[in-house]
Design a protein around this ligand. Structure first.
Ligand code: AMP
Ligand code: TRP
Length: 322
């Protein structure tokens, strides 16, 4: 089963990125799995060039530290496979302005400031190309990417109808729990790298004492009953999902073991610390050898270029390019 996913090198990952996406990637890795750092996507917002370069290396190291193995799957940089930019153009001539301007993420990010880049509008088309270039069947991503996945399917079907069968129509896959990890301080808002308060997000690089402090201070409610119920208890339900994702139990089963918030929080904090520790250790080791990190993605790009090149040529030919 062909699997592809990617993340932007836009800063340290939080546990939402890890549980919602990266952990699933590790579980789904095989010789048919492709995971990329979508560095071209990072150019849609202002980013310092040196920062982009260092965050790209960080993200490769994080992928490997979390358990992606370049001997098993293909790990590459989007910008090292030029077909992504080329496919983007073909698909921009399939997508409409209306459907792009209706994307939630675009509406959120474009209203935050004036003079946003055109790339912010066309971002989901580049993403659709990332996916379609690899004849992807499944795309493991967090819940916030559903709308982009739906657009990818629409574009693939429209293309196939207009130009003949060319693309595999992919589906997005979300984990059963923790597909949308919420901010610890504001559990009705998703945990995020950018806007969230530092106390609201646990980063994969956080120390044991930072993790402990953030979990102990996580917003709950006053009825003091440990119950999995998103409507009335979003704070506790969020903690239960994080626990469940790391322990492979259901959130209900975890809830049954606790009567006090304090006990749940202490155990969750220990579990998060214990789960992240080996990742942090490997990350520190990997970061001592940036040359090897570059070599991993250079090898990945060879395989990615082969697969993507074939699909790109098929699509270009179908549209009438000689
Ligand atoms: P981003 O950081 O927005 O580039 O997201 C990278 C990956 O993490 C995507 O698959 C997202 O769907 C996923 N993701 C981002 N935020 C969360 C969250 N709060 N909970 C679960 N998954 C998330
Ligand atoms: N839009 C995704 C995000 O913000 C990143 C992304 C770009 C992606 N291309 C992709 C995810 C292809 C999956 C497949 O998280």
């Amino acid at each position: 089963m062909r699997v592809l996913s990617g993340m932007q090198p836009s800063g340290t990952l939080h546990i939402g990125n890890y549980l919602g996406a990266l952990k699933q990637w590790v579980e789904a890795q095989s010789s048919d799995a492709f995971y990329c750092v979508v560095d071209l996507h990072a150019l849609t917002l202002e980013i310092d060039p040196a920062t982009l370069r260092s965050q790209t290396l960080d993200l490769i190291a994080t992928y490997l530290a979390a358990g992606l193995d370049p001997e098993i799957c293909t790990i590459f940089l989007q910008s090292e496979v030029p077909y992504h930019a080329q496919m983007n153009w073909l698909l921009e001539c399939v997508a409409t302005y209306g459907e792009l301007s209706r994307m939630t993420q675009f509406k959120e990010k474009s209203t935050r400031k004036t003079g946003y880049r055109v790339g912010l509008l066309t971002y989901p088309v580049l993403m659709a190309g990332d996916i379609l270039l690899y004849e992807t069947a499944e795309v493991p991503v967090g819940d916030d990417q559903r709308q982009h996945l739906e657009l990818t399917r629409v574009l693939a079907e429209r293309f196939n109808n207009r130009y003949g069968p060319t693309f595999v129509v992919p589906v997005g896959v979300q984990p059963k729990v923790a597909a949308r990890v919420m901010d610890l301080q504001e559990p009705t808002r998703k945990m995020s790298k950018s806007i969230s308060s530092p106390m609201g997000s646990i980063f994969v690089t956080d120390s044991a004492s930072e993790i402990d402090k953030k979990i102990k201070k996580a917003v709950t409610d006053t009825d003091n009953e440990v119950r999995y119920d998103w409507d009335t208890k979003p704070g506790i339900s969020n903690l239960l999902e994080i626990y469940s994702s790391l322990s492979d139990e259901t959130p209900q089963a975890v809830a049954e073991r606790y009567t006090r918030y304090g006990d749940l929080k202490s155990d969750l904090s220990a579990l998060v610390v214990e789960s992240l520790a080996p990742i942090q250790k490997r990350y520190d080791e990997l970061m001592t050898d940036p040359v090897e990190l570059r070599a991993v993605v250079a090898r990945g790009a060879l395989k990615a270029n082969e697969v993507a090149g074939e699909v790109y040529r098929r699509a270009a030919h179908a549209m009438g390019l000689i």
